[in-house]
Design a protein around this ligand. Structure first.
Ligand SMILES: [Zn+2]
Length: 60
């Protein structure tokens, strides 16, 4: 087997507004916890909640 390809895993956090449902995908920040309520929504006066944390592996 040849291990010439380099794999990089990037973790992402998906936030969803509990009021208007707007989804925001951003890079994972250390300290993100699933279902934690976070910041004010950019589109309405609701708050966003972390709905999903996942990793994407890219071969370089
Ligand atoms: Zn909203």
């Amino acid at each position: 087997m040849i291990f010439s390809k380099k794999k990089i895993t990037t973790e992402y956090t998906v936030e969803q507004c509990t009021k208007c449902g707007t989804l925001t995908k951003r890079k994972f920040n250390h300290g993100d916890v699933l279902f934690a309520t976070l910041l004010k929504c950019a589109s309405c006066d609701g708050h966003t909640r972390i709905e999903k944390i996942f990793g994407e592996t890219v071969e370089q």
